[in-house]
Design a protein around this ligand. Structure first.
Ligand code: NAP
Length: 285
């Protein structure tokens, strides 16, 4: 039975992935800074940070590591290089030293060598460090990953409870969400399937939509949908006032990133959930 290391195991994608890996018959070692409860027969390692040498010991004998540490927000206490780049570098080094052949990394849709935002730059540098450390790197660049408990859904639900959802500007910028159900099936395959080795792939669903259309499909009939001027949304975000959308949320939204679904479909042979299916099922895996 192949052994898989999952880092960032307390996060949204990891919570779904760990179940899927166990269901697919993998032996799972989950690493988190929080004390997570083991599920099924998995082993859990609690660390103070991703530079913990115990990760190297746990990685020995693993066929792959799936690195899910990361984030799209920074504060004076926690900056992007600490959230995205440094943990990826530490885990990639542990994998290299432990002889783990494959490391699967979740970057972000829109990340490229031309990256200009702090978030995209840190993700790009993390990609580079993963690609340079193990013989079979697999990099995914996901769009919004949708489940019942993802960041976008939680945000829209929070707003819905106030009776209104705000759309910055026109809302005509594009997105290509993927169900967490499909994302974790892809990750489970990517852990061992040969066709993924050395690839950088967009992790996007089968349909594109505008943000405004997505919000209209998400919201119940009683919820008001309000457009605010983009300038006002940005000013609030820049000044750190409490808003639904933080600075880099807006950057990612306005970027209107869409990607290549066809390659993912061909490599996996999967049928992916449509946006209505994602919204209906809450993306449950
Ligand atoms: N969800 C999406 O829509 C989406 C879209 C594009 C890209 N991604 C990327 O996919 C990966 C997984 O996403 P997710 O939604 O599952 O994220 P998540 O729920 O925010 O979990 C990410 C995990 O990263 C670890 N982490 C966060 N900040 C850290 C820090 N400063 N230092 C060390 N570890 C830290 C935490 O792991 P522990 O607490 O377990 O240690 C956390 O649970 C991330 O890299 C994310 O950027 C996600």
């Amino acid at each position: 039975m192949a052994k898989i290391l999952v880092t960032g195991a307390g996060g949204f994608v990891a919570r779904h992935l760990r179940r899927t890996l166990l269901r697919d018959g993998f032996e799972v070692i989950s690493v988190s800074r929080s004390s997570i409860r083991p599920i099924g027969g998995e082993r859990v390692l609690t660390v103070s940070g991703y530079g913990d040498p115990a990760i190297h010991d746990m990685a020995r004998g693993c066929s792959a590591a799936i690195h899910l540490v990361g984030g799209g927000r920074q504060t004076i206490h926690r900056q992007y290089h600490e959230t995205n780049q440094a943990p990826a570098t530490a885990v990639a080094e542990a994998c290299r030293a432990a002889g783990v052949p494959r490391m699967v990394y979740l970057s972000g849709l829109g990340v490229s060598p031309d990256a200009a935002s702090g978030y995209f730059i840190s993700k790009y540098l993390a990609e580079q460090t993963v690609a340079g450390s193990v013989p079979e790197p697999v990099i995914f660049r996901p769009s919004y990953i949708i489940g019942s408990d993802d960041h976008l859904t939680s945000n829209l639900r929070r707003q819905e409870r106030t009776g209104a959802i705000t759309i910055p500007g026109s809302g005509r910028y594009m997105m290509q969400p993927i169900s967490v159900h499909d994302a974790v099936r892809v990750l489970s395959m990517a852990a061992t399937k040969g066709a993924f080795a050395g690839r950088t792939l967009d992790m996007v669903g089968p349909q594109t939509t505008t943000f405004a259309e997505y919000v209209r499909a998400f919201a119940d009939r009683k919820t008001r949908i309000i457009h605010v001027e983009m300038e006002e949304a940005y000013r609030n975000a820049v000044l750190g006032r409490s808003t639904a959308y933080e600075l880099d949320d807006l950057g990612i939204m306005i970027g209107g990133h869409v990607g290549d679904h066809g390659t993912l479909r061909r490599i996996t042979g999967m049928r992916f959930r449509t946006i209505p299916q994602m919204l209906q099922s809450g993306g449950t895996a």
